[in-house]
Design a protein around this ligand. Sequence first.
Ligand SMILES: *[C@@H]1O[C@H](CO)[C@@H](O)[C@H](O)[C@H]1NC(C)=O
Ligand SMILES: *[C@@H]1O[C@H](CO)[C@@H](O)[C@H](O)[C@H]1NC(C)=O
Ligand SMILES: *[C@@H]1O[C@H](CO)[C@@H](O)[C@H](O)[C@H]1NC(C)=O
Ligand SMILES: CC(=O)N[C@H]1CO[C@H](CO)[C@@H](O)[C@@H]1O
Length: 299
Amino acid sequence: MIGKIVISFILALLIFIPCSILIGTLDIRSYYQSPAVIASPPCTDETPLRVYMYDLPRRFNVGMLDIRNTTEAPVTVVDYPLWPDNSGLRKQHSVEYWMMGSLLNGGGNGSVATRVFDPELADVYFVPFFSSLSFNIHGHHMTDPETEIDRQLQIDLMGLLRQSMYWQRSEGRDHVFPMTHPNAFRFLRDQLNESIQVVVDFGRYPKGVSNLNKDVVSPYVHVVDSYIDDEPQDPFENRTMLLFFRGRTHRKDKGIVRAKFTKILAGLDDVHYERSYATGENIKLQETHLPLAAFLTQS
Ligand SMILES: *[C@@H]1O[C@H](CO)[C@@H](O)[C@H](O)[C@H]1NC(C)=O
Ligand SMILES: *[C@@H]1O[C@H](CO)[C@@H](O)[C@H](O)[C@H]1NC(C)=O
Ligand SMILES: *[C@@H]1O[C@H](CO)[C@@H](O)[C@H](O)[C@H]1NC(C)=O
Ligand SMILES: CC(=O)N[C@H]1CO[C@H](CO)[C@@H](O)[C@@H]1O
């Protein structure tokens, strides 16, 4: 029984942590906009991972951020667009954008990964297809006609990769695909069963396609802006609340885990636990609570 409770709690944490928006986190942009931030990396004595990034036509990545512009030339560090301010919840799955931006900026200077331009020198091959954004803008309802565009991009991408000798050589085992939306690459994901997928969980695909032996679990990108005007002396003392939660109290599988959290947390004095939905408006509202709580989550 105790074992069961512990496992449920760990599972609950695993579900909550990726959705959580913790205070004081670094805006991921700074990882590639300011080399100073990456000056003291966690594992200095290890050689950085050498990453080759495919040059894909823009329709596979940044073209989706500005669909009026049909330029096909691969994006470069010079014209990499800013992540749009008004992207709302899409930002949650934007790991693909930040990874690509980081590689375009070359890594280097103590970064854990460095971009190489000669594929022969690479340890891994990064495929900069914004599969989550493609799902979000082309196929969100899964039955709409636009979902055909999402499917076609996946077919075209696999066509390009099959022509690559680096793909052929390893059958994709050393190829990295960001796909943090659970429905990203949904039509052909089984063809990436050998490849390294950057995911947020393993909920929707068979073990043979996605598993911890080969894939990487990344956190969601925070959708609430970091609060930086904290009281410098003692920011934690200054905050009157331990936890602020506003989000769905019921989700998948009847929301068993969240129901447990509700039981534990709702009603505690220094916890604000409120049932709500993550909309653009609510996210803005959330930002006003940042200075108050030690921890803040929304999902
Ligand atoms: C590495 O750091 C040096 C000195 O701070 C800087 O001039 C250079 O642009 C940096 N390179 C990269 C790839 O960040
Ligand atoms: C489309 O994007 C390219 C690359 O950033 C840029 O050079 C070009 O001016 C853009 N075209 C239009 C019509 O905005
Ligand atoms: C991946 O799928 C292919 C085709 O179904 C299969 O031959 C291969 O054994 C699978 N690889 C793994 C690691 O499951
Ligand atoms: C919640 C709280 O006490 N906030 C205070 C933290 O410190 C700043 C600066 O001293 C105050 O302006 C806030 O009211």
